[in-house]
Design a protein around this ligand. Structure first.
Ligand SMILES: [Mn+2]
Length: 475
């Protein structure tokens, strides 16, 4: 009997970030996470994803929590497991390109507060927009001996996105000094046999470990993982079953069981996983009962393959239409999205390009004339401020929306002057820790509202007196 060569597959657990972002609008509070960290820490995960743009925003905005404090507490509870965050390249965790000094400082502070792996992506897959964040991570790594720069390619479909394109990107990522590659399939568009082809081609052309991230939205995700693992992928992103499937990831327990006894065996203890699932299940039931978890997002939405629109973008669009009493325009907007995407150079649809394309499509339909009105973000995209798209943008649209304006051709950060000092000065009165300036940089209004709330809490103000609507608290 020949001995089986073991190649255990790694699993990144997403229940503390993407799973609740995808299913319950990122509303899982820190206090719910903390009691189970000890058990999660014993599983043997490759990493636990616990931080990113939406978790940061929702912590400040809705949960009235300091996201940095959350990170420190999670770090404290995970003694043996790597933590992971999602980082929007030059856009950090926000919606616009930031200056290099802010990108740098954010990376430093993320690692200092407990992040091990930084997954960095750009909404246009413009590699130049990733360089500063990768370099910053490598600088921290050289100084502190910790930090890992993972570059994520936003997976999408379209004429430009050939196998050669992805392989070429993988080579460039290796050259730019990243530690690993992630294929980030935010809409569940990667089908099983295509995954096999893609992983094989990338493995042949890069030595970097490859991680695959997908969503169950279109119903193919666990089959995609199976084929990707057989093709040599190193790590897959999964969510514990109470917050798996639907618009979230394949279930951790299911993937663990699938590879049991094979060369890919994770070696995870199903009893331990069951205890973790038992912990989260009542919270799922509660979310279902309160309506926070909508059963609609738990099924298979095959339209995602037809329209290639990520789940989060669809729900945004529905609420925009609702506000305008124009829900009957849903399918018109769905048809308009790929047209706007083409006009804007066929970018992947991921934050913030997904919001830019989606909002402009809604405008185009509701105004009854395409680009009669353009959002500031659409204008900036056409001006090249977000970077270079894989295909050229529509010249007619450029001429209509920003006639005669200069088009920029450098990386997005090249147009933003260092701004850390200015930001520090603006928020000085609220500063209680170094990290506060970064919260302010990303979400100025939301952060100040939070700072006011924090101060009021500290001064033990009677919160029934607080004017929460206007974010004003008596102090
Ligand atoms: Mn995702």
């Amino acid at each position: 009997m020949s001995e089986m060569v073991k190649k255990p597959i790694g699993i990144t657990e997403t229940i503390l970030r993407d799973a609740h972002q995808s299913l319950i609008a990122t509303r899982m509070p820190t206090e719910l996470m903390l009691p189970i960290l000890d058990k999660m820490d014993k599983v043997g995960y490759h990493s636990i994803e616990c931080w990113g743009g939406a978790t940061f925003d929702a912590s400040l905005r809705f949960l009235k929590e300091d996201p940095w404090e959350r990170l420190r507490k999670i770090r404290d509870g995970l003694k043996n497991t790597k933590t992971q965050m999602l980082f929007r390249g030059q856009n950090i965790l926000g919606y616009r390109p930031y200056a290099d000094d802010v990108v740098d400082y954010f990376v430093q502070k993320s690692v200092a507060n407990g992040i091990d792996i930084i997954r960095i992506f750009d909404c246009l897959n413009d590699i130049r927009n990733l360089q500063e964040a990768v370099d910053a991570t490598n600088r921290v790594k050289a100084q502190e001996g910790k930090g890992h720069a993972q570059v994520a390619l936003s997976y999408t479909l379209g004429d430009a996105y050939t196998m050669e394109y992805w392989v070429d990107m993988a080579k460039k990522i290796e050259e730019m000094g990243a530690d690993s590659i992630c294929i980030k399939d935010m809409a569940g568009l990667l089908v099983p046999y295509k995954a096999s082809e893609l992983i094989k081609a990338m493995k042949e052309n890069t030595k970097l470990p490859i991680q695959l991230h997908t969503h169950y939205t279109s119903g193919v995700a666990s089959m995609t993982y199976l084929k990707a693992v057989e093709a040599g992928v190193d790590v897959i992103d999964c969510a514990m079953s109470p917050f798996a499937l639907g618009t979230s990831q394949p279930a951790t327990e299911v993937m663990v069981e699938t590879f049991k006894g094979t060369e890919y065996d994770t070696g995870f203890d199903q009893n331990l996983l069951a205890e973790i699932a038992d912990y989260f299940r009542p919270y799922r039931d509660e979310a279902l009962a309160s309506g926070l978890l909508n059963p609609k997002v738990m099924g298979v939405d095959i339209k995602t393959l037809l329209y290639q629109v990520p789940g989060g973008m669809l729900s945004n669009m529905v609420s925009q239409l609702k506000e305008q009493n124009a829900e009957d325009k849903y399918y018109d907007v769905l048809r308009e999205i790929p047209e706007v995407r083409k006009d804007l150079g066929e970018p992947p649809l991921v934050t913030p390009s997904s919001q830019i394309v989606g909002t402009q499509a809604v405008f185009n339909v509701l105004m009854g004339e395409r680009y009669k009105m353009a959002t500031d973000q659409t204008k900036d995209m056409l001006r090249g401020k977000y970077g270079k798209t894989v295909k050229p943008m529509n010249q007619e649209v450029i001429d209509k929306v920003i006639p005669g304006e200069e088009i920029r051709t450098e990386r997005s950060g090249a147009y933003v002057e260092n701004e850390l000092d200015k930001l520090e000065a603006e928020m000085a009165e609220w500063k209680q820790q170094d990290e506060d300036v970064l919260s302010y940089a990303l979400f100025p209004q939301v952060a100040v509202d939070f700072f006011k709330y924090r101060q009021a809490q500290q001064e033990k103000v009677d919160m029934t007196q607080a004017d929460s609507k206007n974010g004003a608290y008596p102090v």
